[in-house]
Design a protein around this ligand. Structure first.
Ligand SMILES: [Fe+2]
Length: 262
C-alpha cells in the first residue's frame, strides 16, 4: 500500500502507534468542530494519476448516467409539509457513475478493501469496527461530473460519507455545506427554504485537492457540489462502510443509483 498512499505522513498501516493515535485525534477534533475531516494528499500523486487512468476508459465506455430532479430529502413528499413548501424545491443532479464490479482489479477497489483504511475511519468515529459492504456494485463507486453537472443540495441518508477526490476541476465543482441546518429533533423547514433561496450566510465552501480523503457527516448538514466549469471534469470515488457486516443494496436501490440490479 506504500505505493498508493503516503504512509510516511499518514501511518494508517501502523494501527495504535503514537503517530497513528495523533492522526486519529486530529481527525476527531476536526470532525467535532467541522462535521468533517480531510486527509490531504493521502493518495500519492502518481497513484492518483494511475487511478484516473484506470477509471477513465470505463467512465467513457460504460458509465451509468445518473440524472434526476430531487429535493433535499430525496423524497417525493414529506409528512406534515405542504407539497408547495419551498423546502421541497427541486434541483437537478447529474453525473456519470461506475461501480466496483466494473473495475474489479483497480487500485481503488484494492484500497477500499484494505482493512486498515476501514479501521482508521472507524477509530475517528469511535466505532469498534467498520465493515466493507457485501455488495460488489454499491460498495465503491466513481462519479464524474463534467461541465455544467452538479450534485445538488441534499441531506445524506447515511451517517457519514467517505470520498477520495481523484481529479479537481479547473473551476466550479466546489463543495458547499451548511452545518447542522437541521437536527434529529427539529427539521427546520423554514431554515432549509431560506438556505435554498441563497439567503443563509452560514453556507461554507471547501475546495479540495486530488488525493484527499474526506469523511463527512451529512445527515443534518445540507450540502452540494456546485456545477463544474471548464473542460476538466471532477472525478471522485465514494466508499461505503457500515457498522454491521453483510450490508447490501436492494434491487430497487441499485436500479435507482446505477440503472441495473445486477
Ligand atoms: Fe451527500
Amino acid at each position: 500500500m506504500h505505493d498508493i498512499l503516503d504512509l510516511d505522513r499518514y501511518p494508517l498501516d501502523r494501527s495504535r502507534s503514537q503517530e497513528w493515535v495523533a492522526l486519529v485525534d486530529r481527525c476527531k477534533a476536526d470532525l467535532a468542530r467541522d462535521g468533517m475531516f480531510n486527509v490531504e494528499g493521502l493518495m500519492r500523486p502518481d497513484a492518483v494519476r494511475q487511478a484516473v487512468s484506470e477509471v477513465a476508459p470505463v467512465l467513457n465506455s460504460s458509465a451509468f448516467t445518473h440524472k434526476r430532479s430531487h429535493n433535499v430529502y430525496f423524497r417525493n413528499s414529506v409528512p406534515g409539509l405542504a407539497p408547495d413548501h419551498p423546502a421541497l424545491k427541486l434541483f437537478e443532479t447529474s453525473n456519470q457513475t461506475i461501480c466496483a464490479d466494473q473495475i474489479p482489479d483497480s487500485m481503488l477497489v484494492r484500497l477500499y478493501n484494505w482493512p486498515q483504511l476501514a479501521g482508521f475511519i472507524a477509530a475517528t468515529m469511535d466505532k469498534p469496527v467498520l465493515h466493507a459492504m457485501d455488495d460488489p456494485i454499491a460498495c465503491a463507486n466513481v462519479m464524474r461530473y463534467t461541465a455544467g453537472e452538479a450534485l445538488n443540495w441534499h441531506f445524506d441518508r447515511s451517517e457519514f460519507t467517505t470520498t477520495l477526490l481523484l481529479q479537481a476541476p479547473l473551476d466550479g465543482g466546489a463543495f458547499e455545506y451548511r452545518t447542522d441546518l437541521r437536527s434529529d429533533d427539529d427539521p427546520n423547514y423554514d431554515g432549509v427554504a431560506r438556505m435554498l433561496r441563497g439567503e443563509d450566510r452560514e453556507v461554507h465552501s471547501m475546495a479540495a485537492k486530488a488525493g484527499t480523503l474526506n469523511i463527512f457527516r451529512g445527515k443534518n448538514t445540507a450540502h452540494r457540489v456546485t456545477p463544474v466549469v471548464g473542460t476538466v471534469a471532477r472525478i471522485i470515488a465514494v466508499f461505503s462502510y457500515y457498522e454491521t457486516p453483510g450490508v447490501r443494496f436492494s434491487d430497487e436501490e441499485r436500479i435507482g443509483f446505477y440503472g441495473r440490479a445486477a
